[in-house]
Design a protein around this ligand. Structure first.
Ligand SMILES: [Ca+2]
Ligand SMILES: [Ca+2]
Ligand SMILES: [Ca+2]
Length: 185
């Protein structure tokens, strides 16, 4: 697929959110650290079943990302490798998007829905995005309010799925691509 200038900026930003230790590459330890931070942020021990499932799922995502992206076999993913794989349709694709993301969002909700109401309140949202994506609190609060279409203070995983889909596939300059992971450079 063609990578527009807008999509290119979005992919750069997405890469930054994967790169937990901010060393300029994505590797397995970035995923391990982000997974551990997230479940710890919700007070789950490593042997909690929800934590185990979430960790396994994230490392499975790493395995897939690594397998299709790391073309020079140095066990880490550069920004160039990441964008090349996306352009070749090896990562997120519109036709298989929901199948890929729904299990992740279910596992995330099991961890991050701390009060068990089935939704992500603002504090839950700030906590998981800070732990997993290094999103600043002020950004996370703004994103949550934008995702909360009916203003009841809660967002569903369906809201989140639609926004993530738009992040990758919508060229709307005011849509989630422009703000879901914070401002673009
Ligand atoms: Ca890294
Ligand atoms: Ca590589
Ligand atoms: Ca909740």
């Amino acid at each position: 697929m063609d990578i527009s200038a807008f999509l290119d900026r979005k992919l750069t930003r997405r890469f930054e959110t994967y790169d937990s230790d901010q060393d300029g590459y994505i590797d397995r330890s970035d995923f391990e650290q982000a997974a551990a931070r997230t479940t710890a942020a919700f007070g789950l021990s490593d042997d909690d079943l929800r934590a185990k499932h979430f960790h396994e799922l994230l490392l499975g995502l790493w395995d897939h990302l690594w397998a299709v992206t790391d073309t020079n076999d140095d066990d880490r993913i550069s920004l160039t490798e990441y964008k090349a794989a996306f352009a070749q349709g090896l990562l997120e694709r519109p036709e298989s998007f929901d199948d890929g993301y729904v299990p992740f969002l279910d596992a995330l909700l099991a961890v991050a829905d701390h009060d068990g109401d089935g939704y992500l309140g603002v504090d839950e949202y700030v906590r998981w995005t800070g732990a997993l994506l290094n999103l600043p609190r002020s950004v996370a609060r703004t994103v949550h309010s934008r995702l909360d279409h009916d203003g009841d203070g809660l967002i569903s995983t369906d809201d989140l799925l639609a926004a993530i889909r738009a992040y990758y596939f919508s060229e709307d300059p005011d849509g989630p691509g422009a703000w879901l992971l914070g401002p673009l450079d």
